[in-house]
Design a protein around this ligand. Structure first.
Ligand code: SAM
Length: 247
């Protein structure tokens, strides 16, 4: 995302770079918003990392989130970056989305399917508010990488339990998904074929101080993340999966 300079921002840019460039491609595509500002809903948008950056591109973004603290931080961030007129925050739950918003060109659902009561119902609700041909940007935690991470941290029992989990299992830190499970959920909610990106294949494994101390490391790592994002063999190693699906 634009304007990254502090250590935290550099690391955040490495983590979000793949998703950010995929979302920008959708908005720039001829069947996206055709150069017009898009109507974007960021469900569970939290403090607005994506919402504010999208507003800086001229799009109108509505953030729905149950957390008043997150919405207050969103409001501050939007005012600081001078896009308060393009960003609105509203307290609410994904389950009530259809009552809270009008039709959207793009819905972001990043890091939320893990914690909702029913992921299938959540995707059907999102489908209801998308215009025909509109896009969903879906970011979910990926199960196989989480099994490896738990084992590497010495939590062997937790790794074993997660290995046998499925989408109906909500563990510590929320539900996790395989690519096949997400594809099944998307098609069940009426979404068409999707593209998938592997997200944070290396970013969570690399020591933070390496990114801070080694000149150019953050840029090189972001480039590496981008290079593996579309290689299917890296999907099971990714901390998160990003899917773009059209309705
Ligand atoms: C892991 S954070 C992700 C924040 C942001 N989307 C991002 O990617 O940085 C999950 C967000 O979902 C929100 N959330 C939790 N349950 C929700 C629900 N049922 N409906 C909508 N948002 C929810 C939380 O308040 C939080 O802001």
């Amino acid at each position: 995302m634009p304007g990254t300079s502090t250590s935290h921002e550099r690391r955040q840019a490495v983590r979000t770079g793949v998703v950010w460039s995929a979302v920008r491609d959708v908005l720039d595509a001829p069947d996206g918003s055709s150069g017009e500002p898009a109507r974007i809903i960021d469900i569970g948008g939290g403090t607005g990392g994506f919402a504010v950056a999208l507003a800086e591109l001229g799009h109108r973004v509505q953030v729905i989130d149950p957390s008043p603290d997150a919405l207050a931080a969103l409001d501050r961030r939007a005012r600081e970056r001078d896009v308060a007129d393009l960003v609105s925050g509203q307290q609410g739950d994904l389950a009530d989305l259809a009552d809270l918003v009008d039709e959207a060109d793009l819905v972001l659902c990043h890091g939320v399917l893990e914690v909702v009561d029913d992921p299938a119902e959540a995707l059907a609700t999102i489908a209801e508010v998308l215009r025909p041909g509109g896009h969903l940007s879906l970011l979910v935690a990926q199960r196989h990488a989480a099994v490896v991470a738990r084992a590497m941290a010495g939590h062997f029992q937790a790794a074993r339990e997660l290995l046998d989990a499925d989408v109906s299992t909500s563990s510590r830190g929320g539900r996790r998904f395989t690519h096949e499970e997400v594809l099944g959920l998307l098609s069940g909610a009426g979404f068409g074929p999707s593209t998938v990106h592997a997200v944070r294949v290396f970013a969570d494994l690399v020591p933070g101080n390496l990114i801070d101390l080694e000149p150019g490391a953050a840029t090189a790592l972001a480039d590496l993340e981008q290079a593996v994002a579309t290689r299917p063999e890296f999907l099971p190693l990714a901390t998160q999966l990003h899917l773009l699906a059209q309705h």
